[in-house]
Design a binder for this molecule. Sequence first.
Ligand code: DON
Length: 305
Amino acid sequence: MKELLDGLVEKNKALIKYGQVANYIPLLGNADPKDLGVCIIDNLGSIYSSGIYNKKFTIQSISKVIALMLAIMDKGEEEVFKKVGMEPTDEPFNSLYKLDIPYGDKPANPMINAGAIVTTSLINGNGEEKLNRLLEFLRKITGNDTINYNEEVYLSEKTTGNKNRAIAYLLKNKGLIEEKVEDILDIYFKQCSIEMDCQDIAKIGIFLANKGRVLNTGEKLLDNKTNSTIIAIMTTSGMYDFSGEYAVRVGIPSKSGVSGGILASVPNRLGIGVYGPALDQYGNSIAGYGILKDLSEELNLSIFT
Ligand code: DON
């Protein structure tokens, strides 16, 4: 496995030149586009890594998966999906126009920004409590007590996040969030700024692959129904408006973030974390996608075969 990963990292470095590091959040623009790494954990706990796999990065939209877990645990599926849909969308992740058309309804799904701001608002607790619960949950899943958010990236996004501000005001206007707009955005920006490395991300992947059971402790944190809902939403919406092609070519439930991370979970088998900050036009890691596509073919990982 180690040789396979080394080979795939080397091969897919060739894609980096076709991608670009996100810079709409200024601090993300400091990432090194040449970085590329991967970590895989199997359900016996064996860990395989290659490339730049132990550099920390902010998880950005990968946090939307964790927010959805907590929102469902706290409020139940019925309540959550009254306020956010479960349909894939061909809109970009930061789109807002459908929130403002006359027949516009709730956000399409919890993996786009509009939907994620709603799910964060559905997590129990006041602002800082929501964030602390997200952090505690992630520390439990990964067994890594040092997980925290990056203050500088948070402030960078807070200063420049006017598109998300516009989205949140439209959500507030529709009665889909209860909190003050700035208060809920503060938590959303902080959750996006949580830092992890590929191994932490792979631990989330194996947690989902094992139906919500923590690999090291055996603790069951998600019921089977919630786990399968999360896996289904990742499969249909986790790679934004590239989710359909990704399902065909890779076929692994996954979630990307604009810092270049990808969380992938092969049910009953593997958790995978990938990092490569050069992004394609959809906001997905361009070389990270290449690695996952090759891995899926090499190890026959598609859930559709
Ligand atoms: O809200 C934002 O724009 C970022 N904090 C997260 C977006 C993101 O990661 C989308 N990913 N592809």
